[in-house]
Design a protein around this ligand. Structure first.
Ligand SMILES: NC(=O)C1=CN([C@@H]2O[C@H](COP(=O)(O)OP(=O)(O)OC[C@H]3O[C@@H](n4cnc5c(N)ncnc54)[C@H](O)[C@@H]3O)[C@@H](O)[C@H]2O)C=CC1
Ligand SMILES: CC(C)CC(=O)C(=O)O
Ligand SMILES: [Mg+2]
Length: 367
């Protein structure tokens, strides 16, 4: 099993180091190879996604990714910015289906941004389309406006677009995931304003005809943002486009206690996957040894389950995470009175110890 390890920038290196430690104690025949990506690769090779890094990712059975980016690159031309590395990997590997499970562990109901009773038992799955929408649509650029409110003024534009096959395939992913869960899909759109998302809604409804056993509801994204904090447990699977999914998943992270708790899997049609925490490189806390590594460790568990066919090993990691939380260990982002504040490394060490000791799983990522 070949795993490409791409730590990236900022806390990326800190959290991936902990996940690699956990993978190593599983005693499975992994071949892990590390390569630079993002700002680190720009510094080393003049490009955020060097050919050699892309080739390594393509040849691997799975990619474990940290995060990329730093404010210091904001003035670089767009094609050289660190974020282009993750966008490029998603495009080049065809990783169109992004799974972001938001699970509130029983020990973290008080760390959530919502009242404990609103999040106790929360287990929802956001499925974000990852290679289309306004993040990839062409044309884009800057020009002189020929119409609009200020003809003759400098303007910038991006293109929001989705094709029928792109919507169909992500809709199938969502309905199939719902079949392994509670058989309810909420498709989030902005069909009242955007043609792209009226089309999205129409196509999702058509695909739904093949899944009569799954309930489908449509919801506008502004309402979805509100319902997520009002009654999050009413959702099961949420399927949406690239930009809405990006935003709603950060919001959902706070229901679980922290963005440092939200793992992700990005899959292509061949089930090859890239696994990364849902957060970024967190330049504000990088280098301090305080980042929460659990989202990355849980992403490694998703990798074992979805791409490497090692469900038992994945369950061992999930059980170990549950165990360290019930031991009262907390990084700063999820720390509260009565629990023990630990560093990134101490949290990783505790997960390693729990994996080694073997604990009983109580919570698993489904779908
Ligand atoms: N997939 C990727 O590589 C992503 C990269 N980015 C990039 O990351 C950089 C920073 O972006 P931000 O908007 O600040 O988002 P961010 O997700 O890096 O950070 C947002 C806030 O969450 C905190 N945070 C994030 N991860 C944490 C963790 N594991 N433990 C504890 N606290 C954590 C940060 O300290 C910060 O206060 C930018 O360059 C952005 O483009 C952002 C999102 C995803
Ligand atoms: C470069 C961004 C699209 C990354 C991001 O915010 C995400 O994937 O959540
Ligand atoms: Mg994001």
């Amino acid at each position: 099993m070949k795993i490409a390890i791409l730590p990236g920038d900022g806390i990326g290196t800190e959290i991936v180091a902990e996940a690699v430690k956990v993978l190593k104690v599983l005693d499975l025949p992994f071949e892990m190879e590390t390569a630079p990506v993002g700002g680190a690769a720009y510094e080393a090779a003049g490009h955020p996604l060097p050919e050699s890094t892309l080739a390594l990712a393509k040849a691997a059975d799975a990619v474990l990714f940290g995060a990329v980016g730093d404010w210091k690159y904001d003035t670089l031309e767009r094609r050289l910015r660190p974020e282009q590395a993750i966008l490029g990997l998603r495009r080049e590997l065809g990783l169109f289906a992004n799974f972001r499970p938001a699970i509130c562990y029983p020990e973290l109901t008080h760390a959530s941004s919502l009242k404990p009773e609103l999040v106790a038992g929360l287990d929802i799955l956001i499925i974000r389309e990852l290679t289309g929408d306004i993040y990839f649509g062409q044309p884009r650029g800057r020009r002189t406006a020929v119409d609009g409110h200020f003809p003759g003024a400098e303007e910038a534009f991006d293109t929001m677009r989705y094709s029928r096959p792109e919507i169909e395939r992500i809709a199938h992913v969502a309905f199939q995931a719902a079949r392994k869960r509670n058989r309810k899909v909420t498709s989030v759109d902005k069909a009242n304003v955007l043609e792209t998302f009226q089309f999205w809604k129409d196509v999702v409804s058509e695909v739904h005809a093949q899944y009569p056993d799954v309930e489908l509801e449509h919801m506008y994204v502004d309402n979805a943002a509100m319902q997520l904090v009002k009654a999050p447990k009413k959702f099961d699977v949420v399927v949406t486009g690239n930009m809405f999914g990006d935003i709603l998943s950060d919001e959902a992270a706070m229901l679980t206690g922290s963005i440092g708790m939200l793992p992700s899997a990005s899959l292509n049609a061949a089930n090859q996957g890239l696994y990364e925490p849902s957060h970024g490189s967190a330049p504000d806390i990088a280098g301090q040894g305080i980042a929460n590594p659990l989202a990355t460790i849980l992403s490694a568990a998703m990798m074992l389950k979805f791409s490497l066919n090692q469900p038992e090993a994945a369950a061992r990691i999930e059980a170990a995470v549950q165990s360290v939380l019930s031991q009262g260990l907390r990084t700063a982002d999820i720390h509260s009175e009565g629990t023990r504040k630990v560093s990134t490394r101490e949290m990783g060490d505790a997960v390693v110890a729990a994996v080694t000791a073997g604990t009983t799983m109580t919570k698993t990522i489904k779908g």
